[in-house]
Design a binder for this molecule. Sequence first.
Ligand code: GLA
Length: 608
Amino acid sequence: MVTRSESVFELILIHIRPSQGAVLMLTNRISRRIVTTLFLVVPLFVYFAFVFGFGQTLAAVTATNGNSAAKEAPAVRQIPVPRPPMGWSSWNSFSNTVDSDVIMQQAKALVASGAQKAGYVYVNIDEGWWKGERDANGNFVVDPKAWPALAAGDQAGDLSNIVKYIHRLGLKAGMYTDAGGAGCGHYSPDLGPAESNSGSEGYYEQDMLQFAKWGFDYVKVDWCGGNKENLDPAVQYAEVARAIAKAETTTGHRLFFSICNWGNNSPWTWAPGVGGVAADIWRTSGDIVAPVVAGYPHSDRTASFAGMLGNFDHGIHPEAQHTGFFNDPDMMVIGMPGLSDRQNRVHMGLWAISGAPLILGADLTKLSKATVEMITNPEVIAIDQDALGLQCVKVDEATAALQVWAKPLAASGSLAVLLLNRTTSAAPITVSWSELGLDPSSPVAVRDIWAQKDLGHYPTTFSTTVPAEDAVMLTVKGKQGKTTRYENAARRNEVVRGAAPGATLASERSLTFKGVTSTSKSAYIRITYINGEKAPQLAELRVNGHIATRIALPSTGSEHAVGSVTIEAPLETEGAKNVLSFSSLGKTGFNILWVDVLSGPHEHSSRP
Ligand code: GLA
């Protein structure tokens, strides 16, 4: 019988057979055996090398197919997303009096207090650094007295002096401008004279390039001018983002983007990934407090507990906070006049559980020991900086103003929980594991975060009395509840074929999962994908056609590495009604292999 490889061999021989002589016939017969053997062995060798040499990812992908899916854990790496920034800003305690001396003192205090070690690295210069003057070429004119030379070779009036100083301390430097023609200092000056033209409108590219050239690492773009001029923030901030990208390409220097339009035009609907940016933050409300500058007018201003709570409430948009994009409820007022230690601790807990940027606003040279301990508590910071990058949702408010907030953490079955008593008398608050979406068959381990104490295991609920205007912060660890998988079969098969060495994966520009069910209207969706590029791939997700968010799929490291990120999305809870449509916003498309709907904290029906 002629095997397939032998028949192929015959075809080859037609071309190579040199003559009909006996010797040659014999040679041919020997060659025929060798080549036949090669035809049989080489494919087998390639197959085994492929499966055992490169096959970890491949095996993981195929293991999820059919009945074997549940038996083997897929080798999917949870990809850590960019974290919310941590640092300090000059505005709350120095207003327009900011200068080189202020920044140096505060930068030193950030290091000396231990805050830097705890993760606070940005030193952000806010409004007041510039008086709105440009030279004939449109470049900023910087006051050489306020920003003098700081080291040998420095030129007075060159902001790279202060940036180098900040960098020498191992910190990062932040800068500030306005998206309009004139900034807040023109329309509502705090301490300084009303400055005109102190915005970047018309100069986005030039200004962002200058910031990057000076060496800044962060830029906050305010909205006073944009607001007065009735500009569209989604349009203006996209332009700023593109200017930042251009400056980054030109200088090789990264500028983190902080959008400050106080929640106007619902930035949570357009700010994630605006203008193609791979990570950003956006303010969701006005300022908690106007600046309190010692020795200057209005130094008797105080921050209020109610104001802080209001900013927290306005910052809750969990469907927009994922994959490196964050709601920003404003700089913290911890350590400023107004809040008691207890209220400050509530403030810190709320910012941490909402995964907010932790930007301090107090004068760092005057922090009390209690404040330093509070802002540097490693377990609280770990909740804020968790690798999933999600926000909390309110899961319970059985009695008005007694609330339970929960945020899923990266470790499976783990959540941060905050029991918040907004009333003026002590009250018991209960969290139940069912409202957190945990598997009811397993008891849950509870830890008190501020007390740094394990409280034991609880079968169904945990209750405690929370003092007036206080909060109890917990982490809980149980068993992850139900997970339902929706596969992109075509893509998975493509990956199996494309996983061969040297193969390049095809990618998709759009992908729809239909018939997705959820038992909770705040559903958690884990997206499993491959991104072999260095840069994140941006995709838009529409849920049931109408709610869109932009998602960044960070690099998984290689075309053979499978990763996952998790987002929160509002789904219908009746039947299999939901349609999830992904579409690519980048040049190269994406490779989404499957999505899992995870049971997670169930959002309480009313947002604050
Ligand atoms: C706005 C912002 C503040 C601060 C001031 C500066 O009010 O919200 O954070 O930047 O402008 O004037």
